[in-house]
Design a protein. Structure first.
Length: 69
């Protein structure tokens, strides 16, 4: 097993979520090649569930309401 540790500073919440979602996409893509990538991060499960959902997020639904009024 090989292990990589990322230490990320000065990242905002949106950037953190995007980083975790992209790392998860890489893990899924490489799984078909037999590579198993395990991700561990604070709030990872919640971020992945929200990021992979087809439901609109609260902020985007508010934007849409304001736009169409």
């Amino acid at each position: 097993m090989k292990q990589v540790t990322l230490k990320v500073n000065n990242i905002n919440t949106g950037q953190w979520s995007t980083l975790l979602l992209e790392l998860n996409l890489i893990a899924k893509a490489w799984r078909s090649s037999g590579v198993n990538i395990e991700l561990q991060a604070p709030s990872l499960k919640r971020i992945l569930e929200a990021g992979q959902s087809n439901k609109p997020q609260a902020s985007s639904s508010r934007l849409k309401k304001d736009t169409f009024m």
